[in-house]
Design a protein. Sequence first.
Length: 309
Amino acid sequence: MSTKQEKLTLVILAAGLGTRFGGSKQLAEIVGLDRTIMELSICDAVKAGITHLVLVINENIKTEIEQDVLPRLPTGLNVKLAIQDRNNIPLDFKHLAVERIKPWGTGHALLSAKPYVSGKAIVITADDYYGKSAYQLLANELLADRPNNNSQWSLVGYPILDTLSEHGGVNRGICQVDENKHLQQVNEFLEITYQENKLSGLNHTQVREAISTESLASMTIWGFDETLFDYLERGFVEFLSKYDSAVQKEYYLPNQIQKAIDTEQKKVTVLRANESWLGMTYRSELSDITKKLNQIFKGGSIDSCQSNK
C-alpha cells in the first residue's frame, strides 16, 4: 500500500445496459465467490490504497446495488452512487435526450462521477477483472513525487496475447508507446486473430493488418486527476454540437484522452500489466471466467475484504 495519505478514488463505470450479455452483467455473481466482478476489483483496489469509491450506474439497477452489493463492500470505504442519466446534458442540447435510448457512452459516464471525485482517481469498467497488481501500479504512478511532473494521467496496458479469446476474434485498442513510455495513440483493431501463425486484425479501413505480438492493449483502466473532467466537459459540448446523429453515436472516454494528447500534448504514462485481464461480453463466457476467478481467489483472499455488514 502506498505510504502517502493522499486520497485515491476508484470510479467504476457500471451503467451499461448489457444488451449483448442479455441483462445487467454488472450484477452477475461469480459462483463459488458470491461476489460480482466489480466487487473483486474493489477488494484489489482497497488493498492498493483506495479509500473512496464512486459507482456510476443506471437508475434501473440502483435498488439491487443498494440491497445486494453495498452491504458486502469493505468496511471504511467511502461509497457514492452516481446515476448516469441520459437527460443530464447541457441545456442547449436537451432536445437530443428526447430521442436518446441508450447511455451517451463512457465519456459521459465518467462525467457523471465528477461531483464525487477530488484529487487522483482510477477508472475501470464493472465487468472487467484487471488483476491485483494493476491498482498498485497506478497508485504508485499517481502518487509519485517527481519534480515538474506533468504526467498525471496513466494507463495499464495488457500484453495483447493475454487478451485474446479461444472463442473467436476480439476487438482491441492497440497502444503506440514512445521511448519514454508515454502513450502516443490507441489504434482500434477488429477481429484480432491468429491466421497462418500470424497475429492480425482489421484496421480502421477494414484492411487486415499485422499486429506485433509484443503489443499492449488498452482495456479501460486509467489513472487521472481532476483536470480530465475539464477536457470531458468541453469535449461533450463539441460532440453534441458536431453530430446531428448524436442520439446514435457514443461519447467515448479514450477518444477524449487521445484528443488531449494530440492537441495539448498531454502526457499519459503506459504501465505494463503484470497479470492477465479477464472480461466478458457474452453470457457464454461467464463459466470460463468463473473457473479462473475461483483459482485466483482460492484460499479465501476475498474474505480479507471485510464487509459493511
